[in-house]
Design a protein around this ligand. Structure first.
Ligand code: IYR
Length: 224
């Protein structure tokens, strides 16, 4: 193979698996993720900070546009700060559920049982807020364009969710809207936009989930 010239490249570290091992892992991973559920019912039991650090490390491996890694994860465990986050989120959500929601949207959410009460934001030992860098900032303060930041943060969130599930914890994707209050409360710079709120913890002993099923493979995949 010809050696690519600058920028520097290094040889890919890759472990070739035996085909039966690939097959086993493929099935096992899909089954593992299929056991993941989103619940609104968290136990207040503490979770070590190191576990959250690992989940963020896992999320930070996401591919990103031009490798700009346009994300900041703010992990909140301080009870007072979680309380303030919850109050601000509930203020927005009350307005959403009372005024901004459309009848069609209300009907779509009805089976999930969501409402403006966000107990999970104070019950869960950690609330991780993912901020998307809408653009970068150069040393001289000027704007640097970032590419595909929505896609990049979506992928990072997916890896975070998979990491949390793999460590035997649960999380919930909370999307307060508008999210402006999060940057203010958490002191993020203006180029960082709150993207997703992810409480993390153990499920409450009696945690409930909606009785839903997932689309079968035949409904989500086309092979040609
Ligand atoms: N952001 C609101 C409403 C909400 C919207 C969708 I789409 C959901 O799947 C769940 C909730 C909230 O967090 O309650």
């Amino acid at each position: 193979m010809t050696t690519p010239s600058s920028p520097p490249f290094v040889t890919l570290r890759h472990l070739r698996l035996a085909p039966d091992e690939s097959a086993r892992r493929a099935a096992e991973f899909a089954t593992h993720l299929d056991a993941r559920r989103t619940t609104r019912h968290f136990s207040p039991e503490p979770v070590p900070r190191a576990w959250i650090e690992h989940a963020i490390r896992a999320a930070g491996t996401a591919p990103s546009g031009a490798h700009q890694q346009p994300w900041t994860f703010v992990a909140v465990s301080d009870p007072e700060l979680k309380q303030r986050l919850r109050e601000a989120a509930e203020d927005e959500e009350r307005r959403f559920y009372a005024e901004r929601i459309t009848p069609e949207w209300r009907a779509a959410l009805e089976p999930l049982g969501t409402d403006a009460v966000k107990t999970h934001l104070t019950d869960a030992p950690w609330v991780v807020v993912l901020f998307r860098h809408a653009h970068g900032v150069n040393a001289d303060g000027s704007k640097r364009t970032f590419y595909y930041t929505q896609e990049s943060c979506g992928i990072a969130a997916g890896l975070f969710i998979a990491a949390v599930h793999t460590m035997g914890l649960v999380t919930l994707t909370h999307t307060p809207s508008p999210m402006g209050f999060l940057g203010e409360l958490l002191g993020r710079p203006a180029n960082e936009k709150a993207f997703l709120v992810l409480p993390v913890g153990y499920p409450a002993p009696d945690a409930q989930v909606p009785a839903l099923s997932r689309k079968p493979l035949a409904e989500i995949a086309v092979f040609r």
